[in-house]
Design a protein around this ligand. Sequence first.
Ligand SMILES: [Zn+2]
Ligand SMILES: [Zn+2]
Length: 366
Amino acid sequence: MAPASCALCQNAKAILKRPKTGQQICKDCFFLVFETEVHHTITTADLFKPGDRVAIGASGGKDSTVLAYVMKTLNERYNYGLELYLLSIDEGITGYRDDSLETVKRNQQQYDMPLKILSYEELYGWTMDAIVSEIGKKNNCTFCGVFRRQALDRGASALNVDHIVTGHNADDIAETVLMNIMRGDIARLGRCTLICTQGEDTIKRSKPFKYAYEKEIVMYAYFKKLDYFSTECIYSPDAYRGHARTFLKDLEAARPSAIIDIIHSGEAFEIREDVKATQKQQQTCKRCGYMSSNDLCKACVLLEGLERGMANSVITDRARKNLDAMGPVPDNLRTIPHFRSPLPAVSIQPPPEKLDKSILEFRTGE
Ligand SMILES: [Zn+2]
Ligand SMILES: [Zn+2]
């Protein structure tokens, strides 16, 4: 049987089956529909305005590498007028993050974007390797997740950017919808499908790949021959998310639209006001100035637990009580540097050459 021609241009030979729609299409049409759908996501949600300084959360993995490439492509094609930066967090995981950061450093050259790397070690005084050797592999993802979230905001604040974009894709979001339903966390269900989140003094965060299928991101990276790092984290993965992921992949195999349908279902839920009200008011951490729903932010509580040698008892809701039972906080306790709130967004941005160069260099001491 002669190879079919592309279902979109009817011209070139179809060489791939598009995971999202099952269409047989050519490579160039695949690149174009993928990019155009992301552009549509961005413009529909009105994510950016000209002059915005945008940090791409870059891990060296496929999602963020494709995101950096596509953001650069769309910024040039459609004149978004954005200043793009790469922002990487070095968790301090030997044999994983050190290698993936080498990839990000090559991306910096390939995409000609300034790169900032912020490490757990400089921010918290602990690498993930050190944390795992202290607490074991069981709860280390809790520490890593809390520390990464705050590190990204702090890195963004140092870059003085208006906005962080992350490589979360449609599969990630559908998984989160399923997990929140299965856990009965309905208040969170309302937020997890939002393309963009912003609190009063938090930096805007968004997910331009919200509707992009993981399989298409992999395919895009493969056909574009992008330079990315594909090893999984060496520490234990989130087991519960793993179940949701397996379930979602089974659904996708039976009906590819399942992923987008789950996201649309999540978006369509109307969360009752009294359920929404169970979300705590945001305030400022009394120790480090980061936003928090309690007196101390989660990172400060986790760090205090590590420093006081009782890390495994601070991952519970009773963390503060457990710490107080140990006696008063030692005077010489290591703490996180005070958080500098991002400046309010202004429409006139300084030209890039006036940037403080020191914040863009690789971290010192290497
Ligand atoms: Zn075509
Ligand atoms: Zn804090």
